[in-house]
Design a binder for this molecule. Structure first.
Ligand code: GDP
Ligand code: IMO
Ligand code: MG
Length: 414
């Protein structure tokens, strides 16, 4: 059955949005499986930049149907705003958006709780996007969350306001600002608006599509390094960003998976705190940030920048069963004085948790010549790609050389 998964292999912002927009013509459905509006997936469409937070990145293709799966935590107010922006730009989202009845809701109070939790962590703050992601997943796991499908019941408004009150009481006890009645009402109104869209068992919908041989792309948010189980815990997000998350987050069987497409920048970035062995907290990092415009698509924060880390990448490839990889932002390395790639650490960490990595393993680098043209004819660019491909042991299918749809080179496409 034709289900492909596309996920980031680093710490997010690998260019997933751009690549999904490029490959979407091969699919009929694009479905988000985890995370929420902490994601910011940039797509250029008709010379305009769009940052998608909850809507799947295939949205600009008229034939694509967009599914928000059960594994997502959904902010109704932000979703309503995102939908309105798309409609204002002529994108016909009305007929193509399907929402899972089992997706958990982010309540206004979850956002305040996220702020409070970060404040309480002091110097050990995670650097959360403060979109309420952690608290919403906490309520889900504690089996007290509200799901989108609940809004179809009469008792919903009462339950919603009760949940907000419980959160507000916690906030009050800590002397933290609380969500106002007006904010809670705005969320309720947004939820009412979303009833225009099918709120359904999206797992059944996707399985029916798979049985009809429709091609589905599962869209990952964040990146493997931020996975709740396999990332640099506790400096992670609160969901399984890994390939396994697509099965649980969409309700589709592992046997349906055809390809696992991994996305990596040709260097590395991280936004938020936590270990980053190849970080260049120096003028090299500044150059990468400036050339790559490395500022968060959701929060605008400067991204930490460093070299490509093949130790971390190999682990991501192995754990996710990545079958092909797409490298982005090759153009950022064009004409650089030197390009380094980490191929080992001097001491192998026993795990990839923050604790194990806090001793800062020293990367062992190899050096590459930079290329003068963003073209596969350039011998330095083709040597770079061949060498990386040989080391990671899986094919590179495309390389991206700019943010626009057309700025893509088909590499080994088979
Ligand atoms: P995502 O979260 O993985 O979708 O990535 P983001 O959208 O947060 O960040 C990637 C940024 O790089 C965006 O500003 C994209 O427009 C941009 N981008 C994507 N691919 C390329 C590329 O090949 N070259 C350059 N220069 N920018 C790119
Ligand atoms: P996309 O999908 C980059 C990071 C935050 C923080 C940590 C936890 O655009 O690649 P959270 O708000 O999830 O509790 O924050 O995860 N983070 C991201 N970093 N790209 C993202 O999404 C991210 N989503 C969360 O910076 O370090
Ligand atoms: Mg992003």
């Amino acid at each position: 059955m034709p289900l492909d998964i596309l996920l980031g292999l680093q710490w997010g912002d690998e260019g997933k949005g751009k690549i999904i927009d490029v490959i979407a013509p091969q699919y009929e459905i694009v479905a988000r499986y985890q995370g929420g509006p902490n994601a910011g997936h940039t797509v250029y469409y008709q010379n305009q930049k769009f940052v998608l937070h909850q809507i799947p990145s295939g949205v600009f293709h008229p034939h694509i149907q967009c599914v928000i799966g059960n594994g997502v935590v959904l902010n109704p107010l932000l979703l309503k705003q995102e939908v309105e922006t798309l409609i204002a730009h002529g994108c016909n989202i009305q007929e193509k958006l399907f929402l899972s009845d089992s997706a958990h809701l982010i309540l206004p109070t979850h956002v305040y709780l996220d702020n409070l939790e970060e404040q309480n962590r002091g110097s050990a703050a995670i650097g959360s996007t403060k979109r309420g992601i952690g608290p919403a997943y906490q309520d889900k796991i504690a089996r007290k969350g509200l799901r989108l499908g609940d809004c179809l019941q009469n008792s919903f408004e009462k339950k919603f306001l009760q949940a907000c009150k419980i959160h507000n009481d916690i906030l009050k006890k800590s002397g933290h600002p609380t969500a106002s009645e007006a904010e809670c009402q705005a969320y309720l109104e947004a939820i009412n608006e979303l009833k225009k869209y099918p709120i359904i068992d999206t797992s059944a919908y996707l399985i029916a599509a798979l049985k009809k041989n429709k091609f589905i792309l599962a869209e990952g948010a964040q990146g493997f390094g931020l996975d709740i189980d396999h990332g640099s815990y506790p400096y992670v997000t609160s969901s399984n960003t890994s390939a396994g998350g697509a099965c649980t987050g969409l309700g589709v069987p592992p046997g349906a998976i055809r390809k696992v497409i991994g996305i990596s920048k040709a260097y590395a970035t991280r936004v938020g705190n936590g270990p980053f062995p190849t970080e260049q907290n120096n003028s090299i990092g500044d150059v990468l940030r400036k050339r790559g415009q490395e500022y968060g698509a959701t929060t605008g924060r400067p991204r930490r920048c460093g070299w490509l880390d093949l130790v971390a990448l190999q682990r991501a490839i192995d754990i996710n069963g990545v079958t092909e990889i797409i490298f982005t932002k090759l153009d950022v390395l064009q004409n650089l004085e030197e390009i380094l790639v980490a191929i080992a650490y001097q001491e192998i960490p026993y795990s990839f948790t923050e604790k194990a990595l806090s001793s800062s393993p020293q990367p062992v680098y190899i050096q590459f010549h930079s290329w003068q043209k963003n073209d596969l004819d350039d011998p330095h660019l083709s040597f770079f790609l061949q060498e990386i491909e040989k080391r990671i042991g899986i094919p590179i299918s495309y390389v991206s050389i700019g943010p626009e749809r057309e700025q893509i080179l088909s590499y080994n496409y088979f």
